[in-house]
Design a protein around this ligand. Structure first.
Ligand code: SME
Length: 148
């Protein structure tokens, strides 16, 4: 199945499951589980704004760093710039935080509500250059389901 078809299935499953009646933390958790089911990446999860830093939220994959400063890593940059960042080769990204030494590329997408970034989605791949504009487009669209 090609990537676009996977995203279509991923989105319809999310749409059916995500409900504004549920606590957001529960929906973030199920988002990770559904993403894992369709894409089987090395790591998928959220970092959440908490006071003056980003803290580890729901995820699927190996254990990860529990706190990230705004000035650190791809997550910090995505938070500060409030935009999606695609890193084709994490080893060439200055300041990249290697929670897992096995990751070779990643995408970080901010969740923005009322003009403020309140969380970040981070997807890590074992492959180099795994993410492109298609991932950005579909992930940004899927994440709007969580902005309630
Ligand atoms: N690589 C991220 C940190 C999070 S872990 O990869 C799960 C970064 O540089 O911000």
């Amino acid at each position: 199945m090609n990537k676009e078809s996977k995203y279509a299935q991923f989105y319809s499953e999310l749409e059916a499951l995500i409900s504004e009646d549920d606590a957001v933390i529960s929906s973030l958790s199920n988002f990770c589980a559904i993403h894992e089911k369709h894409f089987k990446q090395h790591w998928v999860g959220f970092y959440l704004l908490h006071e003056n830093q980003l803290i580890l939220g729901p995820f699927q994959g190996p254990v990860a760093c529990t706190r990230i400063r705004f000035s650190q890593g791809v997550c910090g940059a995505s938070y500060t710039q409030m935009k999606t960042i695609i890193v084709p080769d994490v080893h060439k990204y200055p300041g990249h935080i290697a929670c897992s030494g096995l990751t070779n590329s990643e995408i970080v997408v901010p969740l923005i509500k009322d003009g403020k970034c309140w969380a970040l989605l981070d997807v890590d791949s074992l492959e180099f250059d795994n993410f492109d504009e298609m991932d950005q487009k579909y992930l940004e669209e899927a994440l709007t389901l969580l902005n309630y």
